[in-house]
Design a protein around this ligand. Structure first.
Ligand SMILES: [Zn+2]
Length: 490
């Protein structure tokens, strides 16, 4: 996600805006891109989701038939399987994933329930037992009817209904868009710590998932255009019922999001083999947005690794927290699409696009180690401005960050999201301080090693999940001790 757009943050970004308006000098960043061995995740050994969805517009309910072929990559025998059922975190105003002071923005028409109603779970014809657990009833424990050996596959059919809340967070609907995100039961990650069963928390992006394949068939009223992770493979019109059936597909992605609207203005362009599609809700910056999205994909493709998907969508949404990343799709607060906030819009789009590398291509546990994606993403945003507008501009941005974070300690960057008291404390420690630490690392090793190491990181862990230890080891092998640099920044 992007920076928290509270009042304080708005002031900061206004300062950044003032700085950027003053200086625009182009500069090309030199870097050497070396061919690395690509460690490909085997297409057949990853989870496969096929989900049939009917969208009931009147009640804002989606009815789903969901099949997951789960591959046991845990390295041990399993008799249970765990899945996140995030919509349940929206059931009650006391537990919903917003801070108190955000509630009015999240629910401008008052609190409104969201939830998932699991109707049944089957393996073939046999019914499976299940339990709903977790702090927010957002973990589904499925009891398997046989032992699942390591490497084996297991097919589960789940029938459920999801109620979307009238909510302007990631999940819900507003006046212009219907945001269907973190909506389906998604397998929890089993890593060196075992099952990760964290609930949907208010601070940060509390998500952690494995790269999977997805096919989603969704029936919607004809008036709606759909923006989604992956591509539209097929679109059929049912004239009699005034509906459209979309077949959507995404391969090797770690989540699947969909945004519906009957007001989208769509702009398209191409970068290499990738279609850049932007969905705006007013004409003001529609063309500009597409250029920014394309530039962002270009900059990061050149700096880190080629963008591996054939589509990238930037979607204006009823969403009050700046921007949010999903694989091949990002949602952006629609209120940023006006000429007065062009810099902010560009900043947010560049940030969310950088997440396509740090979160989507290379994944991590965003709860326990949010710095792995957010600090690097925030620094990548600085790199975007350096590349596009010149070093003088990016240096000014860094100077502003220095001022903001001078009273914060470097090692706090390593905290989990749960250890921060509020979003602004999280943001300044992880994003701002984190970006400055990456800048220090770059200064210490020089551009050549800095960019080569990030390229190596991206290629070595493409489509996988990493942890901080693995990340630090990569730098240690280049003679860089991140802990020492962090100490220096404290
Ligand atoms: Zn972010």
């Amino acid at each position: 996600m992007v920076i928290n757009f509270n009042k304080k943050r708005r002031q900061i970004t206004l300062v950044l805006l003032a700085i950027l308006c003053l200086i625009v000098i182009p500069l090309v960043v030199n870097h050497n891109k070396e061919e690395e061995t690509i460690q490909v995740v085997d297409d057949k050994q990853i989870n496969n989701y096929i989900i049939d969805v009917i969208f009931n517009d009147k009640d804002k309910i989606i009815e789903c038939n969901h099949n997951i072929t789960y591959v046991n990559n845990t390295g041990r025998t399993l008799d249970k399987l765990y899945m996140h059922i995030y919509p349940n975190a929206f059931l009650d105003s006391k537990i919903c994933p917003f801070e108190k002071e955000e509630m009015d923005q999240a629910y401008p028409n008052g609190f409104n329930k969201g939830y998932i109603d699991i109707l049944n779970i089957l393996n073939g014809d046999s019914k499976l037992k299940y339990n709903i657990e977790g702090d927010k009833n957002d973990i589904l424990e499925v009891e398997l009817d046989k032992k699942l050996q390591k490497g084996e596959k297991y097919s589960i059919d789940i029938k459920y209904k999801v109620k979307l809340p009238n909510c302007l967070g990631r999940f819900g609907y507003g006046e212009d868009t219907i945001n269907i995100t973190n909506w389906f039961p998604i397998a929890c990650v089993y890593d060196e710590k075992g099952w990760n069963l964290e609930s949907y928390s208010a601070i940060g992006d509390p998500f952690y998932s494995d790269t999977s394949n997805f096919t989603v068939n969704i029936l919607v009223p004809s008036k709606y255009e759909i923006a989604s992770t992956g591509s539209i493979i097929e679109e059929k019109k049912d004239k009699y019922r005034n509906k459209k059936l979309y077949k959507l597909q995404a391969k090797k992605v770690r989540d699947f999001a969909m945004i519906l609207s009957d007001k989208f203005i769509i702009n398209k362009s191409v970068y290499g083999k990738t279609s850049i599609i932007t969905y705006s809700l007013n004409k003001d910056l529609a063309v500009e947005t597409n250029k920014i999205a394309k530039e962002s994909i270009r900059v990061f493709s050149e700096l880190f690794a080629e963008y591996p998907y054939d589509i990238y969508s930037v979607v204006a949404s009823d969403f009050f927290i700046g921007g949010m990343e999903y694989p091949t799709l990002v949602m952006i607060d629609k209120t940023l699409y006006n000429k007065n906030s062009k810099f902010l819009l560009e900043y947010v789009i560049a940030h969310e696009t950088a997440h396509q590398w740090w979160y989507s291509i290379v994944g991590n546990n965003e709860v326990s180690e949010p710095w792995l994606d957010e600090a690097l993403t925030e620094y990548s945003t600085i790199l975007y401005f350096e590349n596009k507008y010149g070093k003088e501009v990016s240096d000014k941005l860094l100077q502003t960050m220095e001022v903001q974070s001078e009273n914060y300690r470097g090692e706090d960057m390593f905290k989990s999201t749960n250890e921060f008291n509020c979003s602004s404390e999280y943001s300044i420690n992880v994003y701002t301080k984190g970006a400055l630490i990456f800048n220090e690392i770059r200064k210490e090793v020089g551009d050549k090693i800095f960019f080569e190491t990030l390229q190596e990181y991206c290629e070595s862990y493409k489509f996988q999940n990493v942890n901080g230890t693995q990340f630090m080891k990569l730098w240690k092998d280049k003679g860089v001790d991140i802990n020492k640099i962090v100490d220096k920044c404290s």
